[in-house]
Design a binder for this molecule. Structure first.
Ligand code: SF4
Length: 310
């Protein structure tokens, strides 16, 4: 009897995915905010930059990107000869959408003297308008590479812009975008979590508000948070980022305890991808993400400038 995709058990689905992955000569990449079962079938899990670097290095012909739209776009920018699939085409990033191409272009025209740094959480079109890209792990390093007398237009995240300006000691004009998942975390949430877990260290993502970052023992990217918790001797941690990160944190550190700074920190877009959609995508080689060649070349320059610095 032939089973339709929606009738397959998780075990059947995994087997089918592995079969089609081999047949398509594909690689599966999953962001650490993805559901655990998606992280389990991935060849690589990590943050957006790490995954894109894997995408660029791989000999695979097909890249299945389990993340959101801008991440698959980065893979398409770095690997134009490969087929890049995003199993759920509606998986977007509300923060990236807060910096639309036309508005960014107008702003750049208003302040032509400013150096433009765009966080990788932006569209390929916006990257193509930028001098540099950055990630949450290297934003400070990229800003420090800009001469101190220059103005920097930083987009789209105002919280990461604030963190970068303070650490890099640069004059930053911040685009007023934010990640709704990280910006939701308040100082009051932190005080409450600390009262419940007084011995825990507080690890915070820099997309959180400045007053929240100020209370942290460590502020860093998802990779930074995972490394910090894995290498530190403390046994308890309060984590201020998207809840998907608990999956690798717990898996890698079974002897440690992790508590969410807030249960509200869930990115709905990151949860849109399912095993069924991954299988459908591999079988049908759709939905495919491509980037227009002129935009790709310009955005590649901004990404390469970041890589040269870091
Ligand atoms: S967690 Fe925030 S920045 Fe990341 S994809 Fe979701 S909305 Fe965008």
């Amino acid at each position: 009897m032939i089973k339709t995709i929606d009738k397959l058990t998780p075990k059947d689905l995994t087997e089918e995915i592995l079969f089609w992955k081999e047949k398509r000569e594909a690689i599966i990449l999953a962001h650490v905010y993805q559901p655990g079962e998606i992280q389990d079938i991935a060849d690589f899990t990590g943050d957006s930059l790490f995954l894109s670097q894997q995408a660029a290095k791989t000999r695979a012909k097909v890249i299945v990107f389990c993340g959101v739209h801008f991440m698959a776009e980065i893979a398409a920018i770095l690997s134009p000869e490969k087929i890049v699939l995003l199993p759920e085409v509606k998986a977007g990033c509300p923060m990236a959408d807060m910096a639309p191409f036309r508005k960014v272009k107008n702003k750049i025209n208003e302040i032509p003297q400013a150096v433009v740094i765009s966080y990788v959480n932006s569209s390929a079109a916006v990257k193509s308008l930028s001098d540099y890209c950055c990630t949450s792990a290297n934003a400070v390093q990229v800003a420090q590479a800009i001469p101190a007398e220059k103005d920097i237009l930083f987009l789209p995240d105002m919280n990461l812009a604030d963190f970068t300006a303070r650490k890099a000691k640069r004059n930053i004009i911040a685009w007023q975008g934010y990640c709704p998942v990280h910006n939701i975390l308040t100082k009051e949430d932190i005080i409450k979590a600390k009262n419940h877990h007084p011995k825990a260290l507080l690890l915070i993502h820099p997309e959180c508000r400045p007053e929240v970052c100020d209370l942290a023992d460590y502020v860093g990217s998802t990779r930074g948070i995972i490394n910090f918790a894995s290498n530190n001797s403390a046994k308890e941690y309060i984590i201020g980022t998207e809840l998907g990160i608990f999956y690798p944190l717990k898996k890698n550190n079974p002897d440690k305890q992790f508590f969410p700074a807030s249960e509200k920190m869930i990115c709905q877009d990151m949860k849109l991808i399912t095993l069924e959609k991954v299988l459908y995508s591999l079988k049908n080689l759709t939905p495919r993400i491509t980037v227009q060649e002129d935009i790709r070349k310009k955005s590649l320059k901004a990404l390469n400038r970041m890589m040269e610095i870091t």
